[in-house]
Design a protein around this ligand. Sequence first.
Ligand code: GUN
Ligand code: ZN
Length: 438
Amino acid sequence: MSDTHVLIRGQILHYLNDPGPADDPSAWEFFDDGALWITNGHIRAAGPWAAIRANMPPAIRDAATFHDHRGKLVLPGLVDTHIHYPQAGVIGSYGRQLLDWLNDYTFPAEARFADYAVAEKTATFVVDRLLAHGTTTASVFATVHAHSVDAFFRAAEAKKLRMLCGKVLMDRHCPDTLSDTAESGRADSQALIERWHGKGRLGYTLTPRFAPTSTREQLQATGELFASRPDLHLQTHLAENRAEIDWVRQLFPERSSYLDVYAHYGLLAPRTIYGHCIHLSDAERHEMTASGAAAAFCPTSNFFLGSGAFDYAASTAAGLRVGLATDVGGGTGFSLIRTLGQAYEASQIHGTPLSAMRGWYLATLGGARALYLDDHIGNFQPGHEADFTVLDWTATPELAWRMDNTHSLAERLFALMILGDERCVVATHVMGERASPG
Ligand code: GUN
Ligand code: ZN
């Protein structure tokens, strides 16, 4: 079969590294008149338009599908490191704080996924919306129902997306209709791993909801399953809310901390990602770093549920891997651009304002690294999968007005992260091909 080639022209920005708090310019590459040459869905080369074009044999250049995005920003696909797809229908539910919100809105919504048709319809909707918002990879919570994972992976597979998803493990402190058992949770997870893990671009992530909704037996079984294969992922929640933390202390008096519960059961390791991580000590951040675990920074959710403000500067200073996340439906929408704006606001609360150059790293390569997927996605290095999104700097009159007053790339990127949203997303490509608008 002959190779297929795609050629993109636009303003290309991608990261090779975390720019850090001092905005190290060697961490990114920006090609104002840039190009991506994509072969069979993978990056062949990224660089200045003139150089890439000159290097392409004329026959390939003529055969390539060309997308002209001149004047638009071409970024690696955004990475949402923590999202609950079944909660799409409860975004924006007036819910006081976390534990009430879970009981009043979230559990009833998830219970409706006992019906496969609900899961299928929601999965299709969410995958479509993710693409429309420029997100090409996510770490996704399904519900306790195994078929909710089937529905999500089918929808992701149809769009050729790189996605992680897992069945929620939850065997106590939840409605009976949403409860599994240590044994059924293990068996269902095992069957889903066999069915989906490593199928195309899909990966399985073990998903104990959070310590309060799993018995010791379930956490033990999950740790054993996680240890049984080196290539699985794992996701859960940690230190989001004060009442939640007090509850964990009561439920696990034998453990020294919330984090220690997870560590004890073998759940703190590389390829694990913890949602929220707000109320942690510096020693705990260092413990997470040493273990290889990552944190998902969910500012829209944290402000919406009144949980607090994640300390990005302290977390990264401790060496922690951090990804950005919407945490829909605690979060207020699918836009990682809006989420980035709120990440800035959270960072201001700690007196350590997040720069634009670091912010866009967080939304792309930072997320890929947090999920241990940076061998495949996150930047435009040769061989990487060509997922990217194309943003219009001037999508709204306000942005256009503001951009007239910017004088540097950093200023433009900062205005985009504060004023931008899904209206800026002109196109999203998956493995080189345009996937949205479809
Ligand atoms: N903690 C346990 N479950 C959830 C959830 O669904 N959303 C959020 N934000 N926190 C949780
Ligand atoms: Zn969550």
